[in-house]
Every structure is written in structure tokens, then in C-alpha cells.
Design a protein around this ligand. Structure first.
Ligand code: F6R
Length: 243
């Protein structure tokens, strides 16, 4: 595990985007595992800049997103498909049919989960997985529980997760109750993982994830066992890591 603590958001964003850019430069058909939420937005902005500067082309890149809300149509402004289009896909030369986000509006959600795993198995292995972390230690939407699931599956979102995401919806009642998420097995299969953490409110959970016991109570603690984990944190989130 390598941990970088950054003084500025700009440095963090440029470093994250730089790692992704360098991967695609050396492996133009790289498979990216992508995250949504507030955390990666600045990194996607820097990636778009790199693309506009001619440093990187996404024309042969494939991507798999971690998760999607159940019950939101793809074109709902808060669906993760809309998020990815808005923050990255619409601004670079990635082929949309090579981008994969679970279909949260599928008539048969279990069949959609199986199909998503099959699509991932077809491409082999994710080269680089981008992750954020929830305040309760979730990765993707793998919430703390007595047991975790390896493959893509449907989850009921914890109250704290719905609360954290309520900022994007008109009211709590509009926040979806369920999501489809890659399982921890799929996440851990990636060749390399970048965990990005920002803000003082994540300082304790990132410390627990990286240095606490490895437990299903904190799904991100499994990352301690990954052979190629890079952690990018701002100085607020990194505070407890250096004390
Ligand atoms: C998003 C995802 C989630 C978020 C986490 C942190 O695709 O899988 O695990 O990374 O909830 O969210 P933010 O970045 O909004 O604090």
C-alpha cells in the first residue's frame, strides 16, 4: 500500500488523473473500474483536460462502473449513468458502447447482476479500479454487514448512505432505497486500486479501513489485503493517518 497525502485538491486531482492517463498511454485498451459520488469529480475534470491537451485518448478504453441506483431510469439526472456522461464520457472520445453501468431499471434485477458479472468476465480483468469510501466504510455500495457478497448484487442502502446522498435529491423520499453494486470479490480482482478520500469527516473511517481490523463491519478494510493499493487523500482526511 502506498499512501499520498496532498496539501491541495488540485495536486490530488492531477495525481489521480496522471495515474489513469499514464496507464492508458501504456495500455490504450485498458479496462477502468469507475466510481461516482463527490470524491472523483475533480479527477474526471483533470482527465478531460488531459484529453483536450492531446495527452490521452479513450477510444480503446473499456469501463465498468461500480454501481447504480435501482429504479432510476438511465436518463434520470441523478442516475450514475447520467453522472458519468456529464462528468466524463460526453467530453472524451470513449465509445459509449464500451462503457458499462449496471441497469438499475432492469425488469429482472438479479438477471441484470448476473449479466454484469458475465460482461466483466468477458473482458478479463479491470486494470485500475477507482474507489471512494462511505462514512461507514462501504466501497461500491457494499455496506457493513455480517457477510459480504463477491459478485454483483442488489443491496438495500443503509439510512446513513441515503442521508449522505440526499444532497443530490429534492427530498429524502426521492433518494432510492436500493442499488446494484459490484461485489467485493469483483472489486478486489482489479490489478490496481486507487482509493481516494477527501475531508475531515472521512479521517477516522480511512484510518480504520487502512489500519484497523479486517472485518465485514468495514468493507474497505479488505483493501489492506490488495497487492497494489494506492491511497490518495487530502490533508484533512489524512490527519489521523499521520498522528
Ligand atoms: C460511488 C460509490 C460509493 C462512493 C461513496 C463515497 O460509485 O461506489 O462507494 O464512493 O459513497 O461517496 P462520496 O464520494 O460522495 O463521498
Amino acid at each position: 500500500m502506498i499512501i499520498h497525502i496532498f496539501d491541495s485538491q488540485q495536486e490530488l486531482n492531477q495525481t489521480g488523473a496522471g495515474i489513469i492517463t499514464a496507464l492508458i498511454q501504456t495500455k490504450p485498451n485498458a479496462v477502468l473500474g469507475l466510481a461516482t459520488g463527490g470524491t472523483p469529480v475533480g479527477i474526471y475534470e483533470e482527465l478531460v483536460k488531459n484529453y483536450n491537451l492531446g495527452r490521452v485518448s479513450f477510444s480503446h478504453v473499456k469501463s465498468f462502473n461500480l454501481d447504480e441506483y435501482v429504479g432510476l431510469p438511465e436518463d434520470h439526472p441523478e442516475s450514475y449513468r447520467s453522472y458519468m456522461n456529464h462528468h466524463l464520457f460526453d467530453h472524451v472520445d470513449i465509445q459509449k458502447d464500451q462503457t458499462h453501468v449496471p441497469n438499475g431499471n432492469a425488469a429482472d434485477v438479479d438477471a441484470e447482476c448476473e449479466e454484469y458479472d458475465a460482461r466483466m468476465a468477458d473482458v478479463g480483468q479491470v486494470d485500475l479500479q477507482i474507489l471512494g469510501i462511505g462514512h461507514n466504510g462501504h466501497i461500491g455500495f457494499n455496506e457493513p454487514d455480517r457477510e459480504l457478497t463477491a459478485g454483483t448484487h442488489q443491496v438495500e442502502l443503509k439510512a446513513e448512505t441515503r442521508q449522505a446522498n440526499a444532497r443530490y435529491f429534492p427530498s429524502m423520499d426521492d433518494v432510492p432505497t436500493h442499488a446494484i453494486t459490484m461485489g467485493v470479490g469483483s472489486i478486489m480482482k482489479a490489478k490496481s486500486i486507487i482509493l481516494i478520500v477527501r475531508g475531515a469527516d472521512k479521517a477516522e473511517i480511512v484510518k480504520r479501513a487502512l489500519y484497523g481490523p479486517i472485518t465485514t463491519d468495514c468493507p474497505a478494510s479488505l483493501l489492506q489485503t490488495h497487492p497494489n493499493l494506492i491511497v490518495l487523500v487530502d490533508k484533512e482526511a489524512g490527519r489521523a493517518l499521520v498522528e
